[in-house]
Design a protein. Structure first.
Length: 97
């Protein structure tokens, strides 16, 4: 399954209820599973983004649905990146020759 990194930024609503974030993270894990994905990891970050969620989904459409559901809840804004493993990267680069 393809891996996706979702960069998260708290909205005003999300930061005003930040103490609920651990519960929201558990709901987030359930959402990933409900969409047929696999939750891999989460990191609280410092800088431009407040967190990074790493998950695998069956396809881009499912990853997009996930991002829309998170955004609709109103606690975070998302930016999702398709991530390639080192093996996938090697295969891509090898195909260039």
């Amino acid at each position: 399954m393809p891996t996706y990194l979702t960069l998260l930024r708290y909205t005003e609503q999300g930061i005003s209820t930040v103490e609920s974030s651990p519960d929201r993270l558990e709901s987030h894990k359930d959402l990933v599973a409900d969409l047929g994905g696999e939750f891999k990891d989460f990191y609280l970050t410092m800088g431009q983004y407040d967190g990074i969620a790493i998950a695998a989904f069956p396809d881009d459409e499912t990853a997009a649905e996930y991002a829309l559901i998170l955004g609709k809840a109103g606690n975070v804004r998302t930016e999702t990146l398709r991530a390639f493993s080192d093996d996938e990267f090697e295969s891509i680069v090898t195909d260039l020759s």
